[in-house]
Write a protein that binds this ligand. Structure first.
Ligand SMILES: C[S@@+](CC[C@H](N)C(=O)[O-])C[C@H]1O[C@@H](n2cnc3c(N)ncnc32)[C@H](O)[C@@H]1O
Length: 256
């Protein structure tokens, strides 16, 4: 399977690039507490959210299409001594062989599927994996700010990481918003340097995020068999407004 992002330096340095950002963890913990479990995290990556919650005793399975991210997750789980059931597969062909009372998607992973058709297909797959009355919680990014500075595309240094052995990773980023196909392309350039600042490698990774207007996503959920229960802003249990960039849409499997 072609795996153009999250399989090289972007995967290897994923946790360090986020630098322990777990502001959203209390939100997911509170959500999991309202459900009987076990739950499924779609696009679980290196287990940034999944592993701490597993350690707290929640029962969660995971899946991600990147073998490298899942390898890193398994390695961390081994070190922590926690058992985890994580599968390598694309969400648009999700096949866990069981149903869940809750499926949740942190980290805006749903917006990374390759097309709107596949995103719709993914919503159908989640539906088939939800128990009667089951809930789906999706983190969504709304690029309001990027829409205001349409087409800037300037490169900036996103992060520098220094490892104990003296090697460094520099990540430069530029974003390009597209209103025609409603996508946001986040270009990342990763440069790995040794302790003498000799270049060891460079990787370019484009992540294309599909974006939606809130009412549009609401309609998409209805079309694919869900009933929207609530929208939340900024990983707080507060309702979103028209300026909210980070939201969670909580929906229920309809007709149950
Ligand atoms: C930004 S990371 C989020 C990881 C984790 N949920 C977190 O919050 O840290 C996005 C993840 O989605 C995964 N992903 C992207 N497209 C996918 C797809 N079509 N099916 C399954 N996983 C996908 C990537 O491999 C990556 O691990």
């Amino acid at each position: 399977m072609k795996d153009e992002f999250y399989h090289g330096l972007d995967a290897e340095f994923y946790d360090e690039l986020l630098d322990g950002e777990i502001d959203d963890l209390p939100f997911w913990r509170a959500l999991l507490k309202t459900n009987s479990g076990p739950s499924l995290e779609v696009g679980c990556g290196t287990g940034r959210v999944l592993l701490p919650l597993l350690q707290e005793g929640f029962a969660i399975d995971g899946m991600d299409r990147s073998a490298k991210m899942i390898d890193l997750l398994n390695e961390k789980a081994g070190k922590l001594g926690v058992e985890v059931d994580v599968r390598i597969q694309p969400m648009e062909a999700l096949n866990m062989g069981k149903t869940y009372p809750l499926i949740f998607i942190p980290g805006f992973s749903l917006q990374m599927v390759a097309s709107r058709e596949l995103l719709k297909e993914s919503l159908h797959c989640f539906h088939a994996h939800l128990e009667s009355g089951g809930q789906l919680a999706i983190s969504l990014f709304f690029p309001w700010e990027e829409l205001e500075v349409e087409g800037s595309g300037d490169w900036h240094l996103r992060k520098k990481i220094k490892r104990p052995d003296g090697s460094r990773l520099e990540c430069h980023q530029s974003t390009q918003i597209n209103t025609e196909d409603q996508s946001l392309v986040v270009k990342n350039r990763y440069t790995l340097l040794d302790k003498h600042r000799k270049r060891l490698g460079e990787e370019l990774r484009d992540i294309r995020l599909l974006w939606f207007y809130p009412h549009e996503f609401h309609l998409l959920l209805e079309e694919t068999g869900y009933h929207l229960l609530e929208t939340y802003a900024d990983f707080e249990y507060e309702p979103m407004d028209e300026f909210t960039p980070y939201a969670v849409f909580l929906a229920e499997k309809a007709g149950t």
